[in-house]
Every structure is written in C-alpha cells, then in structure tokens.
Design a protein around this ligand. Structure first.
Ligand SMILES: CSC[C@@H](O)[C@@H](O)C(=O)COP(=O)(O)O
Length: 351
C-alpha cells in the first residue's frame, strides 16, 4: 500500500513506526524518488523484505520485528486469547523472507522469547516496545562501531566500500558507513570509492546517495575498477558490512566482497568488517554453513527493467559470498574489535 508519508525519507529513515503503522523507505526506487510505503500486515512486510523494499541485514531484522508487532495485533483482533496460536503463520512468513542475513532470525527469536513470556491479553504494546528497543539498540551499536572502527584508521586515507552498509541498511548511521562517518568527522577519510555493486546497484543508488547527503566525498566506480584503484596506492582500507559472521570469523557479505578482500591482500590494503553482534552467528562453525541467497536471474540479465543479455541466456545470481577469516584484518562490533579473527577470539567477544 502506498501512502502519504509522515516526512520524506532521509537516509536515517529506512524504517519507522508512526501512528500504528510501519513505514519503509522504498529502496527499490531511491535515489530517483524518496517515498515511504506503509504496512499494517506482517505478510506484506515479509513480501517487502523479499522484494528489497527494505534491505541490509540489521534493517531486515528491524523490519521483521515491527512485522511481529503487526502480526500480534492482527492475531489478537482475530483470535483474542488464542493469539499465540494465530500468530505462528506470520512468524513463519517473516522467517522465510530472506535466508542469509542472520539479523532476521536474531530479531525473530528475540520477539518470540517475549511472546513466550506474555499472557493472553493484547500483546501489541509489549511487542512494540521490544521492536522499538531493537531499533534503538541498533542505532546505538552503530555509533559505537563508528567510533571503534574510526580509531583503527591511523592516518588519512581513501577507502573502498561495497554494497550499502549505511543508515538505510540499519536502524540508522550505518555500520561500514558509520565507520566512514565517524572517520570523516575525525579528518581521516580523503575520499570514499563506492563500488556500484552489480547487479542490484546498492552502491550506485544508495551509498552514493547517503554519502552525498552527508557531504562526504564519494566517487562511484564499477566493481571491476577496484583492482586498478588499489594499485595506485591511495587506498588504505576496504570497509564493508556483513550479513552473517560465522564463529571462526568467516564473513558473508554482498557478492563481490570476497574478490575485494583477495585484491586487498595482494595490494597490502586492510579489510575492516563493521557489524553489530546481532550479525554474529556462533551456532555455525564456519562460513561454509551460511545459506547463500540466489535471486532471480532477471536481476542480472537486465537493468532498470530493460533486457540486456540475449533472451534465453542462462545466468547465476548468488547475491552474497563468504570471505574467509584469514582475509579479514578487523571485525568491529559494538562490544569491541577482533583483529585477525579466529574462533577463540570470536568466543571471547561473544562470551
Ligand atoms: C549494514 S548492512 C550489511 C550487509 O547487509 C550489506 O553489506 C549487504 O550485503 C546487503 O545486501 P542486500 O542484498 O542489499 O540486503
């Protein structure tokens, strides 16, 4: 459903709760148009996550948490004291929306833990308080990640980022772009090179928009231009977010991150992964266990609704890859920094 939004979305408004409804900035049409879509049903929120109206691991989790609020309200309206049974189909729909970002399942588990504690009365208020807390905690985590990540950058440098790990992808401020924002404020960033991030173009459309909004110098480049830029020697760090970090420090992130990390190692450039601890999945030993989403090949075969490849061309469209921990110099979370990650160090971080 499309509606008049409470305000025009800014980068910090990927998701917001207003007047009993969930508003999502439609990331499929940014930056050409900044519009909210409004949601009052959990099934529609699940569809929005799948269709990438909202995307980015923490933002997906936050949207799902608000989706549970909508589900609880509808279940209580329909079934009264039987709402805990009535809500289960919506919980399953939300969980099935996208497979890779563990923040989705983390947020749903947190909402389900609350549901288990609630009595039979109207759950809407309690569920909303929990969703708002998840949202606010993510904003706070990103500020801390920004400070800790910026402190790792010892001298002014250019950086490369991939995909969009900014305010739009989170509760606000961003993870990788949170580090960029904090480091830029401290005078440590010369220029941000944003990979366009084929095929969905998160870098071209979203990262460029966010950084230009903040007045941070950004240059867009084709994904395949990263190697030649690295060879010039001006880039000190690759800074990215993550969708899931395994117990050994292997990192799933947007397709192309692995290649960037290989290139960075060749050129003596450091790789920083900025992510909240809600992205860490200690239940899996390594990145080999991370489910990698494959999306519709149509995303690759054309652009902007126009077919580019020959009709009938076969294409593969895995949208994430796994960077081995050995290629990661630092994982930056709100709880602290893990340098050269190993299982032991990740256990030390997560407790
Ligand atoms: C802070 S967001 C980190 C990741 O979720 C981000 O880098 C990414 O890969 C997003 O993928 P997307 O497919 O756009 O949801």
């Amino acid at each position: 459903m499309k509606t008049t939004a409470p305000t025009i979305p800014t980068p910090d408004d990927a998701a917001l709760w207003h007047d009993g409804h969930l508003y999502l900035a439609d990331q499929r049409i940014l930056p050409q148009r900044a519009e909210f879509l409004v949601y009052d049903q959990a099934a529609a929120v699940a569809d929005a996550i799948r269709a990438m109206v909202v995307r980015g691991a923490p933002a997906i989790g936050i949207a799902a948490a608000y989706g549970v609020v909508l589900a609880g309200r509808a279940a209580f309206t329909a079934a009264g004291a039987g709402w805990k049974t009535a809500i289960t189909a919506d919980l399953a729909r939300l969980a099935a929306s996208r497979p890779t970002a563990v923040n989705l399942f983390w947020a749903l588990r947190r909402m389900e833990a609350l549901i288990a504690q609630l009595a039979d009365g109207d759950p809407t208020g309690a569920l909303l308080n929990e969703a708002l807390a998840i949202h606010q905690e993510d904003r706070d985590a990103n500020r801390r990640i920004g400070e800790l990540g910026a402190a790792l950058i010892t001298q002014p440098t250019d950086i490369i980022t991939h995909c969009n790990a900014g305010a739009l992808a989170t509760g606000g401020y961003g993870t990788a772009l949170g580090v960029v924002r904090s480091a830029f404020a401290a005078g440590k960033i010369g220029r941000v090179f944003a990979d366009e991030t084929r095929p969905w173009l998160q870098g071209a459309r979203l990262t460029a928009w966010e950084l230009m909004h903040d007045g941070i110098p950004v240059t867009l480049q084709a994904d395949c231009a990263a190697a030649s830029l690295m060879a010039t020697g001006t880039v000190g760090w690759v800074i990215v977010g993550s969708d899931r970090i395994a117990a050994n420090g292997d990192v799933a992130n947007k397709i192309g991150t692995y290649g960037l990390a290989v290139l960075a190692r060749h050129h003596g450039i450091k790789v920083m992964v900025a992510a909240p601890t809600s992205t860490v999945d200690m239940s899996i030993a390594s990145g080999a266990e991370i489910p990698i989403e494959e999306r519709d090949p149509a995303e690759l075969l054309g652009c902007g609704g126009q077919q580019l490849a020959p009709v009938g061309c076969v294409a593969r469209n895995p949208v994430f890859d796994v960077t081995p921990a050995a290629l990661v110099d630092a994982i930056v979370t709100e709880r602290g920094v893990v340098l050269n990650p190993t299982t032991e160090k990740m256990r030390g971080l997560m407790g």
